[in-house]
Design a protein around this ligand. Sequence first.
Ligand code: AMP
Length: 692
Amino acid sequence: MTDAASRIEALRDEVERHTYLYYALDAPEITDAAFDSLMRELRELERDHPELVTSDSPTQRVGGYVGEQFSPVAHQERMYSLDNAMDVEELGRWIDGVAEVVGEMPPLCCELKIDGSSIALTYEDGRLVRAATRGDGTTGEDITANMRAVKDVPLRLRPQAAEGMLDAAAPVELRGEVYMPRKSFDALNLAAEAEGKSPFANPRNAAAGSIRQKDPAITSMRDLSTFIYAVGDASALRVGSQWELLQWLKGAGFHVNPDVRLCESRQEVFDFCAQSLERRGELPYEIDGVVVKVDSFEVQQRMGFTSRAPRWAIAYKFPPEEKTTVMRDITVQVGRTGVLTPVAELEPVYVAGSTVARATLHNEDEVHRKDVRIGDTVVVRKAGDVIPEVVGPILALRPEGACAWEAPKTCPSCGMPVVREEGESALRCISIDCPAQSLERLLHWVSREAMDIDGMGEEIVGRLVEVGRLGDVAFYTLTEDELANLDTGRLSKDDKPIKLGRTVAAKLVCAIEDSKGRDFHRVLNGLGMRHVGKNTARQIAEAYPSMDALAAASEEELVGVYGIGEKVARGIWKFLRTPDNVDVIERLARAGVAMQAAQPDAGPGEKPLSGLTFVLTGSLSGLGMTRPEASEALEALGAKTSGSVSAKTSYVIAGEAAGSKYDKAVKLGVPVLGEDDLKRMLDTGQPPAIPS
Ligand code: AMP
């Protein structure tokens, strides 16, 4: 080895050792300045000897662009979800059940449930070769470039990792959670607000968004961390339990959460849960519960999995965090469909991961049912840990003279009288020219979940609506000049109006241009049809991958789409036959917005069972699944299921007491599979070996 080569190797080892000490063990041995100096020397040597640069060098964490799409990755073993215990009683029943099945109370390994995003890291020959999201459990998305940019993810396993592996060169898939520490989350949202962008709802969404960036440089700036706690195929390691696995992971270089307890009794588990709940607010990251796992791998294997989760683990979910604060006012917001929503304006309070200053009160009836009045001290929590909610007032603290709230008779935006239709709980402004409605429609169109136009925040859209430059969603004709000269409504120190300026305008024009090719389901979501949210939009786009196809569908055909009911179908049908809407869609199309899916026919092969049709018959009680559950699991793998056997059926799956469908399959020569075959398919995500 040349001098340079050996120095580079030595520097890499040293940099990695310090990264490990700093991130995984939280026990740095040298100052940041000394660490930077090592990195600088390594960078300079690599610059002078480019032939010696390897992808696992710590200088190579941030690589090039990911490209438009993240490619699919099949997981080594399926990534399951977890069953939940919503309170201590349920948790106790689960522990009793486990003890009964096992014949005694087995040791249980209790870990914090980190509120982040699941990831799987694959190492081959000790090097990080792939990182993936959980996806649907069988197939995730390739986020390797982004996970390499997360500093506590080792690019190489530490040398002692090999001792615990049967074959140190063989691929091993390690799993855990990537999360955003609270402090970083707050800083990120402050910066987003300053730039007029909408903030992330909570650290979990921020982490999930950050690992799906197209530019790893952005991920690297997001200050993410990981906790690793699982292995795809445990037989690759010389470890017999969860506890031993955690020790091995720590030694191999991963960041492993230190708050783990091996419990021998129910009471110990309860104590760990109670202590964790108490410490929840002190931790620098978010947790939403405790995961209790049977420690022994051998017992885990005996207990197995249901269709969605292991039987040997449970997530004890913390009750939603509640805080009290003063409600200063009730304001009324006009939504994009004209619905008036009362909103509680709160004294800002930190609840479950973010500061809450407003919470919806849904509608007039809800305000009266909860009997909340301006000036009340109220209890606030987050529903599903995301949406802030006012639980109710603390009556003892009600200020004297606080009156019941009265709903407005006119729209606070346009001043027109509001109506409440029979059978509806909502007050509605039915004016076509209501500025609040067009603003909300536009904000929805540009939002992250719809067309995701970077930089088009509330401030800019608001200004454009105010100056009458935007009447509807067809705003693709804005020029850079117009935007650059847009008066922001703010004044400079010497009282001159501040314009948006060239730099921001140029970026916006690019972002608008970029959004023209968004997925079709985003367009459908963005149009704001009644009852069509992001999930329904996806279902529609799958069935009708272009606007022309959708516009040609009858109401009855739309009801035939999986997950679409009559009300939704009617809403879509009517929307696409309203001249104003057709006009907007046509103008969008003329402006270049794609009105069809990028690949209208993704074709088979995208998911492991795509293109196969299954018919289920008999009882699947041996698998602990109902037939609808089994159908759902097969469909998640891309298969179709049908109720009757025909020559087009790929396989019939016959459980106990299979009836006439079995006979028909035999008659037509359709291959018949048993429960074991089904289990294997669901476990491995692979089609059956028998040719169809
Ligand atoms: P849920 O998403 O509510 O179904 O919960 C299951 C998820 O919890 C898993 O997929 C993991 O991503 C996550 N999780 C967080 N911490 C842990 C942990 N210590 N052990 C297992 N899963 C965890």
